[in-house]
Design a binder for this molecule. Structure first.
Ligand code: ZN
Length: 373
């Protein structure tokens, strides 16, 4: 995969980096990467991979561009509204870099087609906003032994995770309770437009590192990003020997479609509004409240009687939640606490609840004196 004279000019800033050089750029040229979801995450990820000279780029999406997508889906311009995302996106990527091959997949991923589609690529980036798709893609990547960079966003927060077949846990090891996963989609929850830009660009960074062998990847680490606090944190995770897909005795040998609740909300997690929680707290039997924010946020203001366990410490401190407690998790805006609910489910803590909208919603509708930073 030697580089042409034009390519040597186009990628000169890469070639100047000794860590990439001609060998790394040729690896990029030979790479085949599939971007699942041409949305807020897939847009920046695909643009940067096309610009970086990723030789074959697949773009998979079955939706059409809507005007409300343009707030964050920077792959599209206003003229693309109503066009199929896969086709409009592929045209844009081809215009950015005519030296690469871009393949538009205007299909909905399901158990019947996932192996065939993913099998044609070396590496998969998942930026889909459907929880069922996230698990389907993970399971297919494990079965096909393809590395996967998976990202998700929720309102002001995002998470990123890299699976490598030769090392570390898969997405289902971290969040085994499929289809119970943390993220309502953007249409339901709203999202800060620039947030997927950050996460999608990080996905492209991981992809380039996986292809060129540079640096170390987010294998065994779940990266959490909080745009309001401008804070990155990470949860260390390990492969679960009993994981149904990558464990010692897998029971999921073929990717399967997951039944999804109609509103896309985790089925094992109770949803509490601030008003619901206020009502619960008026009863005699008070629920266990667990605040999963960082120490400085907690110290600025919290509900009385809460157990404080920052999300990053939760896996090691789940034993502090008494059996049968049905805890109510809370954070600032409801994203981290939804992750906490999933970690609780994983530890067989029954019926965890999420304070939807977090303590910001509480301060807005119940107690304006609560200081939430
Ligand atoms: Zn696993």
């Amino acid at each position: 995969m030697a580089l042409s004279a034009d390519e040597r000019v186009r990628y000169q800033r890469h070639l100047t980096l000794a860590e990439i050089g001609s060998a790394g750029q040729e690896r990029l040229k030979a790479a085949r990467v599939l971007v699942v979801g041409a949305g807020g995450l897939g847009s920046p990820a695909a643009l940067y991979l096309a610009a970086a000279g990723c030789g074959t780029l697949g773009l998979l999406d079955c939706d059409r561009v809507e005007l409300s997508n343009l707030q964050r889906q920077v792959l599209f311009d206003t003229a693309a509204v109503a066009r199929p995302k896969a086709l409009a996106g592929a045209e844009r990527l081809g215009a950015l870099n005519p030296d690469i091959t871009v393949i538009a997949h205007e299909v909905e991923l399901d158990a019947a087609n996932v192996r065939g589609l993913l099998g044609g690529y070396d590496l998969v980036l998942d930026g889909s906003d459907r929880l069922a798709t996230r698990y389907l893609v993970n399971d297919a990547c494990v079965v096909l032994r393809r590395p996967l960079v998976s990202a998700a966003i929720h309102r002001f927060e995002g998470q990123l995770f890299t699976y490598r077949p030769d090392a570390g846990p898969c997405y289902r090891c971290v969040f085994p309770a499929a289809p119970e996963a943390p993220v309502a989609n953007c249409a339901e929850a709203g999202v800060l437009g620039v947030l997927p830009g950050v996460l999608g660009t990080l996905q492209a960074t991981e992809a380039i590192k996986l292809i060129t062998g540079l640096g170390s990847t987010l294998t065994g680490r779940l990266l959490l990003y909080d745009a309001l606090e401008m804070r990155f944190s990470e949860l260390r995770t390990t492969r679960r020997p009993d994981c149904p897909v990558c464990g010692a005795h897998p029971t999921l040998r073929e990717p399967k479609d997951s039944p999804m609740p109609s509103d896309g909300v985790p089925t094992g997690v109770r949803r509490l509004s601030a008003a619901d929680l206020a009502q619960l707290l008026r009863q005699d039997a008070k629920p266990l409240l667990v605040d999963v924010r960082e120490a400085d946020e907690y110290e600025a203001g919290h509900l009385p009687g809460v157990l404080h366990i920052p999300l990053g410490e939760l896996p090691a401190r789940l034993a502090e939640i008494p059996p049968g407690a049905a805890p109510v998790f809370m954070c600032r805006s409801g994203g981290r606490s939804l992750n906490a609910c999933l970690l609780a489910l994983r530890a067989n803590i029954a019926s965890p609840a999420n304070l939807e909208g977090g303590l910001r919603a509480w301060a807005a509708s119940i107690d304006p004196t609560l200081k939430v930073i």
